[in-house]
Ligand binder design. Structure first.
Ligand code: PMT
Length: 234
């Protein structure tokens, strides 16, 4: 049976992919299905947490029972929903695949084919929501007791950079835990299984052998309870 150890804790979890519009019919998006973030939300609620799930574009997934679900499309909307709730939250988990860039111009009308060939798409950088949460905590706008968990999607394998990239990203982003997923070659995105590592700011590294996203979720929640003085009880 699942432990019932997250009672009294508020979780804020992002899932799915963001979509950055180009014109009324086109967008820049990614292959996230939301399955990993939804599995986390479901598992946290089953363990007694009060869970809010902020979901971008996903596969056709049912809302997890007992979870408040908020829908967003763009990275800017995700940022707004996460930032306003984070100060009241005990654990924030950023499992969403957030677009790093968005088109500078949003055309009000469908972009037409032209004789000159395709027009270049000019992009600008989206703010990093996860890094912003860490900055806000350092500035005292989010309590010290709020745990911040990030994900990293990296191509390669253990011997070709995934772990090193993950360690560097953990240091750069400054979050408490970073879940590193190996992606590409049909891994992680959209699949029912996942594999990787959980890296803790304190230096602990836990390998996550290939398993269901549900199993992965419970191992991530276990790692969070280890971090927290109020978690991991009975
Ligand atoms: O949705 P599934 O199909 O189940 O697949 C799961 C997953 C592979 C999408 C998921 O497990 C995962 O790895 N999500 C994060 C993917 C990602 O965007 O990684 P990243 O390395 O680009 O970003 C690192 C972290 O910063 C992530 O926590 C991301 O949410 C966050 N981020 C990124 C960019 C940005 N502008 N703001 C952010 O907060």
């Amino acid at each position: 049976a699942l432990p019932y150890d997250l009672v009294g804790l508020k979780f804020l979890i992002s899932a799915g992919g963001t979509r950055e519009p180009l014109d009324p019919v086109r967008y820049l998006g990614n292959r996230s299905s939301g399955k990993q973030g939804y599995a986390l939300a479901r598992a946290a609620a089953q363990r007694g947490a009060q869970v809010t799930l902020v979901a971008g574009a996903t596969a056709d997934l049912a809302d997890p029972a007992g979870v408040e679900v908020i829908r967003i499309a763009t990275a800017a909307q995700l940022s707004e929903e996460i930032s306003k709730r984070a100060p009241e939250t005990d654990v924030v988990i950023m499992a969403a695949a957030v677009a790093d860039f968005r088109p500078v111009h949003l055309s009000g009308a469908k972009i037409k084919k032209s004789d000159k060939g395709p027009a270049p798409i000019e992009l600008t950088t989206n703010p990093d929501i996860l890094a912003g949460l860490v900055r806000a905590r350092r500035a005292g706008e989010i309590p010290d007791t709020t745990s911040i968990v990030g994900f990293a999607a990296e191509t390669g394998d253990e011997h070709h950079g995934v772990l090193d990239h993950g360690r560097a990203k953990l240091a750069r982003k400054g979050c408490d835990l970073l879940v590193v997923n190996a992606v590409g070659d049909g891994k992680a995105f959209g699949m029912d299984h996942n594999t990787g590592w959980i890296l803790a700011a304190g230096g602990d590294e836990t390998a996550l052998p290939l398993g269901s996203k549900t199993l992965m979720a419970s191992r991530i929640l276990d790692a969070i309870t280890v971090l927290r003085p109020d978690g991991g009880g009975t």
